[in-house]
Design a protein around this ligand. Structure first.
Ligand SMILES: CCCCCCCC/C=C\CCCCC/C=C/C(=O)SCCNC(=O)CCNC(=O)[C@H](O)C(C)(C)COP(=O)(O)OP(=O)(O)OC[C@H]1O[C@@H](n2cnc3c(N)ncnc32)[C@H](O)[C@@H]1OP(=O)(O)O
Ligand SMILES: Cc1cc2nc3c(=O)[nH]c(=O)nc-3n(C[C@H](O)[C@H](O)[C@H](O)COP(=O)(O)OP(=O)(O)OC[C@H]3O[C@@H](n4cnc5c(N)ncnc54)[C@H](O)[C@@H]3O)c2cc1C
Length: 560
């Protein structure tokens, strides 16, 4: 994040100076924004950067305990530099949060520079690999940096100390976070596909109950409950991959537009990166835990690969923006868009469907049979109507409040659900668009169509309350969707293993005895057990000190 921050907020000159050093690892940088007292609320950060015109320097200072930088990855032990976000103060005025390049450690012996106190913040969730990341704490005691180490692409301070705001939206200060959020959506698909690969392969070899007259027991993958829990996760892995590809296109397109000072899609980029990051990471974190449960007791072993994956993955719901905070950002944009509908301003991009407000507010879903739910047009319209009606309902309720802001906070739980509905519509839309493309490979398109329908109808079934409450569906149509879902699971079943093999993960990368490509699980589980250090001695340490005396004492007592 150190590099994209300099690329996005540094001048050409600053990029020329600092990026080669970072690329060649002549310096190691981190992104020091979050503080002990503030993470979500960036505008509440307390670290100060006060311009001293006498020396043409900024004085970086941590005025309070809560202003200590806290969490930045790489900060605790590895980084020599940081992009530090601090309140810019010049001529006695506070101009809010800006980025500054600050050296933290000597390039000679890695010792902290004068005025810099830093270290690691301690162990994190479980024994997961994230403990290999030195998330750190950092405090400044009046550390001086040259004025040219303020990142000056978006705004400047002159030699005399005058603050100059460039003619660019101040939100570009948040550009690094937008960049990482879009990459996190692709990472959600990777993490989810790893978990699903393990769970599907293991479910195919695990047999439990159901043997007739001594024959083989039933593969758990054949149980409808296993399929109804597992196949929506398989479909989600593909859904998040395709929406992540699209989001990367959107981000690239917005970045190119920014180069020519076209800021027209900045809001769309913010809403989509924030909302998709929130929805895909929440779903993926829950799905990895579900995959652990789908593997029964063996899923709880570290050798299954699932506990580690879960421990490493779950902070994704928090870092790069707490998911609730990000969804409320989406909700704000939805409310703004609804308020503009009466002005005749046509919504664009992923909000364009809201322009069909007259139709969508009164449309009646035309589904009459279970098979009708295989028609993408019916799915698309149902999801559009649900999302729009939830947004309009929120806007109407807020409108009844005496104060817009008060109304927004009062209705924030409903707004959260409206934001999720909007983002799920985007995911469904991009999946439908994907399967409409020419897709190579015999039968591949049909399989992806099945997964697209599984993702859409499972999501509809899971959120059926929204569809019924907004009148977007009737209970009968909801029941038909569930009926069709069951038929789809039967179609996915024969290809389930092939669909996870298609992720093409090596056994090494998967790191799971349950997810082995050859399915030879039991010998691998048994072999793995003996690698446990506890098994280095047949009689456990502590027997003579603790167990033996206890056993002997009990034996004596029993003879009395
Ligand atoms: C297989 C195993 C897989 C393991 C997974 C590992 C994968 C690793 C992948 C990636 C690496 C990740 C490593 C983690 C590193 C973590 C880093 C961090 O966490 S960095 C810190 C992140 N912090 C945040 O995200 C803070 C969140 N808060 C904010 O963004 C802001 O405070 C805010 C919530 C947006 C509020 O900002 P502010 O108060 O300034 O603004 P508002 O008044 O709400 O809005 C004002 C207007 O600005 C618009 N806006 C806001 N943000 C943006 C933006 N980013 N872009 C464009 N526009 C924006 C907003 O819409 C308002 O507009 P108007 O209404 O005025 O039009
Ligand atoms: C593993 C990890 C790595 C990280 N790496 C970095 C890094 O490299 N650099 C960096 O700068 N930071 C980093 N962070 C910090 C991270 O960005 C913040 O923790 C994150 O932005 C959440 O902010 P917070 O901790 O202040 O949460 P808070 O906002 O305090 O969240 C607490 C609760 O308050 C709720 N809440 C907050 N505001 C509102 C609101 N307005 N309305 C409703 N509910 C609200 C939240 O939903 C949440 O339930 C990292 C964090 C983690 C866990």
């Amino acid at each position: 994040m150190f590099v994209p921050a300099i690329k996005g907020q540094g001048t050409e000159e600053q990029q020329k100076k600092w990026l080669p050093l970072a690329y060649k690892f002549q310096i190691i940088g981190c992104y020091a924004q979050t503080e002990l007292g503030h993470g979500s609320n960036v505008q509440g950060l307390e670290t100060t950067a006060t311009f001293d015109p006498m020396t043409d320097e900024f004085v970086i200072h941590s005025p309070t305990l809560t202003s200590s930088k806290w969490w930045p990855g790489g900060l605790g032990k590895a980084s020599t530099h940081a992009v530090v976000y601090a309140r810019l103060i010049t001529e006695g005025k506070d101009y809010g949060i800006h980025g500054f390049i600050v050296q933290l450690r000597s390039l000679e012996d890695h010792s902290p520079l004068p005025g810099v106190t830093l270290g690691d913040i301690g162990g994190k969730f479980g024994s997961g690999a994230y403990n290999s990341m030195d998330n750190g704490v950092l405090r400044f005691d009046h550390v001086r940096i040259p004025r040219d180490q303020m990142l000056m692409r978006l705004s400047q301070v002159t030699r005399e100390g005058k603050y100059v705001q460039s003619d660019v939206p101040k939100q570009l200060l948040y550009g690094t976070m937008v960049y990482v959020r879009q990459s996190i959506v692709a990472d959600a698909s990777k993490a989810l596909s790893r978990a699903v690969c393990i769970a599907v392969r293991y479910s195919a070899i695990r047999k439990q109950f159901g043997s007739q007259d001594g024959g083989p027991e039933t593969q758990v993958l054949n149980y409808r409950t296993q399929q109804s829990r597992l196949f929506p996760l398989l479909a989600s892995a593909y859904a998040f991959r395709f929406v992540g590809d699209w989001l990367n296109w959107l981000y690239t397109d917005v970045t190119q537009k920014l180069e020519v000072k076209d800021y027209s899609t900045l809001q769309e980029a913010h809403a989509c990166t924030a909302g998709l990051k929130a929805v895909t990471t929440s779903a993926t974190a829950d799905a990895i835990e579900e995959c652990r449960k789908l593997c029964g007791g063996h899923g709880y072993l570290n050798s299954s690969g699932l506990p580690e994956l879960f421990a490493v993955y779950v902070p994704a719901c928090t870092y790069e923006g707490d998911n609730v905070v990000l969804l409320l950002q989406v909700a704000r944009i939805l409310m703004k868009t609804v308020s503009q509908l009466t002005s005749g301003k046509q919504p664009v991009g992923t909000m364009a469907y809201m322009g069909k407000v007259q139709h969508l507010m009164q449309s009646k879903c035309a589904v009459k049979t279970a098979e009708d739910w295989l028609n993408p047009a019916f799915i698309q319209e149902a999801f559009e109507a649900r999302a729009l009606r939830m947004a309009v309902n929120c806007a109407q309720n807020i409108g009844q409040a005496s104060n817009q802001e008060e109304g927004f906070y009062e209705r924030s739980p409903d707004l959260l659900e409206a934001a999720v509905a909007h983002i799920q519509l985007i995911i469904v839309t991009k999946f439908i668009e994907k399967v409409h493309q020419d897709i190579p490979g015999h039968g591949v398109k049909e399989q992806l169509q099945n997964l697209c329908n599984v993702y859409a109808l499972y999501t509809l079934h899971k959120h059926l309350g929204d569809f019924l409450a907004t009148g977007s569906l009737t209970p009968k149509q909801g029941a038909l969707a569930n009926e069709q879902l069951g038929k789809l699971y039967a179609q996915v079943r024969p290809n389930a293993v092939a669909l996870v093999d298609a992720f093409n993960y090596t056994d090494h990368y998967l790191g799971s005895v349950l997810g082995r490509y050859d399915g030879n699980v039991y010998p691998a589980l048994y072999e793995e057990a003996w690698k446990d250090p506890l098994n280095e001695t047949v009689v456990p340490e502590g027997y003579h000190e603790y167990l033996r005396p206890l056993l002997k004492q009990q034996l004596k007592l029993s003879r009395l």
